[in-house]
Design a binder for this molecule. Structure first.
Ligand SMILES: [Zn+2]
Length: 270
């Protein structure tokens, strides 16, 4: 039996599922002195039970099969609180821990991060398309702060609502396949992503970047930060996930926009 070196299990100390590292604590050599089989054997040897009168053959004529199985104790260490506890495993003939510990950990964390942020990505991506095809009403309603627009002309109410709903739909779809996240989280994420987008636009107007003009870093991660902030009250996002997303989102964002630009869905490259 092969056992994953890293498993997601319930930690009774953290009271939630966390990643655990798994080690083999002990492979027990022998069975108990008087196991159930042993007791039955002795009883029959004393003359009790079936002696071949019924459908089963008498124990003396039965073929004895020796099963070389061991009970195994595993040691689980919670990655978050560091507490350890042991867990018994069923009888197995062979046990080994699967290697590639670091790889599995990174892989799990990458997949979890992407799965988590997917509604926000979709919100952002759909805003590009909706803004182009359905955008009518400016989000700032034509308001100005000083002599500059409050928000850019590309920020529309249709885009905002549509993108939030897209995020909601994506999380419902995810929920039906993956059992998570809560659709409410997806919705909040969509609203957060769009709020972040608008906030980015607001900042760009203040410092005088032309509408649609680039502002590196802010363009790529503003929506992410506000989306996570919106979700945070109902779901405490793990720090490693936040860090991972902060590093990788700009790359994904730029790649997507470049594709959208090439396909003619977006007027600018960023
Ligand atoms: Zn724990």
């Amino acid at each position: 039996m092969k056992i994953p070196a890293v498993q997601r299990r319930y930690c009774p100390y953290c009271r939630k599922h966390t990643l655990h590292t798994v080690k083999i604590e002990k492979v027990r050599k022998t069975r108990r002195a008087l196991s159930l089989g042993e007791r039955k054997k002795r009883r029959r040897a004393r003359g009790h039970g079936n002696h071949g009168k019924y459908s089963k053959r008498p124990i003396s004529q039965r073929k004895r099969v020796v099963k070389n199985v061991h009970k195994v104790d595993l040691r689980l260490t919670c990655k978050e609180c560091g507490k350890t506890r042991s867990m018994g495993l069923k009888r197995v003939s062979r046990v080994e821990i699967k290697a590639k510990r670091v790889f599995i950990l990174v892989q799990m964390s990458v997949l979890r991060s992407l799965r988590f942020i997917l509604p926000a990505y979709f919100a952002n991506a759909s805003a590009v398309l909706r803004g182009k095809y359905f955008g009518r009403t400016r989000m700032d309603g034509g308001l100005k702060l000083g002599d500059k627009d409050l928000l850019g002309p590309h920020k529309t109410r249709e885009g905002f609502i549509g993108a939030s709903l897209t995020a909601f739909v994506i999380s419902v779809l995810q929920r039906s396949v993956l059992k998570r996240p809560e659709p409410l989280i997806g919705f909040l994420m969509g609203v957060g992503a769009m709020t972040g987008d608008a906030l980015g636009s607001f900042i760009k107007r203040r410092i005088g970047v032309s509408p649609g003009g680039p502002l590196p870093v802010l363009d790529q991660i503003m929506f992410l930060i506000v989306a996570i902030a919106f979700v945070y009250p109902i779901y405490e996002v793990p720090l490693d996930r936040v860090l991972f997303l902060l590093i990788f989102t700009p790359a994904i964002h730029l790649a997507f926009n470049l594709i959208a630009y090439r396909l003619g869905l977006k007027e600018v490259r960023w």
